[in-house]
Design a protein around this ligand. Sequence first.
Ligand code: SDX
Length: 431
Amino acid sequence: MVDAKKSATLNLNGETYELPIFSPTAGPDVLDIRKLYAQAGVFTYDPGFTSTASCDSTITFIDGNKGELLHRGYPIDQLAEKSHYLEVCFLLLYGHLPTAAELEDFEGRVTRHTMVHEQMHYFFRGFRRDAHPMATLVGVVGAMSAFYADSADVNDPWQREVASIRLIAKLPTIAAMAYKYSIGQPFVYPRNDLDYSANFLNMCFSVPAEEYHVDPILSRAMDRIFILHADHEQNASTSTVRLASSSGANPFACIAAGIACLWGPAHGGANQACLEMLREIGSVDRIPEFIARAKDKNDPFRLMGFGHRVYKNFDPRAKVMKQSADEVLGLLGVDNNPLLQVAKELEKIALNDAYFAEKKLFPNVDFYSGIILEAMGFPTSMFTPIFALSRTVGWISQWKEMIADPQNKIGRPRQLYLGETLRDYTDIETR
Ligand code: SDX
């Protein structure tokens, strides 16, 4: 925690209050209002928490105006170009880039935890085959506390470490199982001779009937998608994980809560919603109709994959994702993919339209990720599970930081109550 070097003065109801101001290493100052209610008897009001710092953190920093995203100080474009997902996981979890020995040990620990308890195969059988993989993911990850109870005690640092490794290692296996189950194919076991991304592709796309070769370009693109989705400050799903964890709930239940929140189309469900929107648009000549709908205040339609609560400039992840999209589609010979044509034309029109410029609506990470995943052969229903497995390390890193924070206490927001004041019950005969 930092010390306040200055303060703000609040004059309220004839009283004066000094509110300490904390200055961060980057980003805006924060006003410490922790004693405000006790001193002045008033709450602050901030639905959606757009002006509220819920915690202090050293993991990720976003400058929405500059379009900057840093993980432990390293810019996302450098990590996407020079690092790989498990190294980024180490960075997010432990705060520094690993030495070769540290990385080898970490990758070895993750690799040896990729299998799931064999009994979990029967757990899947309880779902309908057409269940959305996110429903399966929420259920199976929440159930992990029933299979891995020996790493569920949040007060034991060793169990926290084991649970962290288990979740990072097993989410790809569970996501791949959810996909295989939905298409009626047999589960494919993880392989220790494949790296994290190649292993996931193999578990999704190989079948027992023939050899499956993981194309290194697709594996690299997969790894880059994992990196770009790894963590993103206190977004809705991370805040859900933190709030769930504040009650002392076990890590598996808290990550399941994060997965549930991510599912929403305004958040992690946007990549699926974006592809479905591109399909609905169907052709370039129908784009103006949808642009008009996005501008129409009476139409709830929004351009999926555009806009962001924090970025008021280009989402730096979208820039890297756009390069990946060109590479992957070029490799697969589908750069004339009609969806991509619509996406590229939509991006061009939207970015040159005064409305979107004024509202600062740029393509976000979900705009291109869906196109790449579609080209790689994933059904749209698997887009958000892939986002969830990528973000697990971010949720876990934030969870570990919060548990270790001496200020950690149960989250309990207040409200602006506008309902009925005290009144007596009336018998039904008199109503
Ligand atoms: C993610 O928080 C994170 O970090 C999330 C995330 C992460 O990594 O965790 O980055 C992942 O969730 C990315 C966002 C994915 N969602 C989508 O692509 C869905 C489409 N986008 C919108 O739903 C929307 O942009 C939000 C939810 C992302 C942000 O909504 P806000 O906070 O309302 O956006 P805003 O306040 O900046 O909106 C400004 C104006 C508003 O109009 P006015 O009320 O001022 O008249 O722009 C409008 C909005 O109605 N607007 C849009 C729009 N997004 C905002 N209009 C049309 N299409 C859109 N996509």
